[in-house]
Design a protein around this ligand. Sequence first.
Ligand SMILES: [Zn+2]
Length: 214
Amino acid sequence: MENKALLYFNGLVEDGSSCYMRFLHTKPSTVETATVHKIKVKQPDGTEKTKYHKCLETGCPFCAIENCYALQRGYFHIIDYTDNQEKLWSRTPRLLKELEVLAQEYENLHEVVVKVTRVGDDNRADYKITVANQKNFPDTFEKELIDKPLAQFQYMKRNQDECIAFIRDGVFPERKAFVSKEEYKKQKAAEQANAQKPTTPAPTKEDIEDSLPF
Ligand SMILES: [Zn+2]
């Protein structure tokens, strides 16, 4: 199965709204958490978009900026039953506490479809989790999704130089386009066939231009 970057879940924006979902985790401890900075990234059309960038911790250029606070985020891997899609839900770790309550009842969180209801209409909203009627949700999801390492986290970190350039220019420096391993092998074989020395090293996963909020 291809490990591609996931869609972000962006539902539950209004107070009282609810949604059926399945958490693709065995236990709350398998939810990825990260310390991130909220930054404004310039878009090609000149507008700004708020994104989250992972804190580099040691020598983090964002930590050095006044008023650029670091905050905790949890990244919940879910199936959204509104459209049956696998998604990533970025929330404060307060949602983890709700999952811990659920984990007291269920050995594996992914066993149950739950109804999640938003309580509150600001950034500090909480979420109430209740167990849904399982008969309405057949157990047909791909089991290999459970606790799957997510592609997003392989690419989420820009290096210190890139962050410094971002602070200076308002945009991250461009990265080389990602070339898959297979494509790289093909290119390499073609180069060798032509008896040419490769002039640039192969882009690694780190070089992928992330379409993600980091
Ligand atoms: Zn930082």
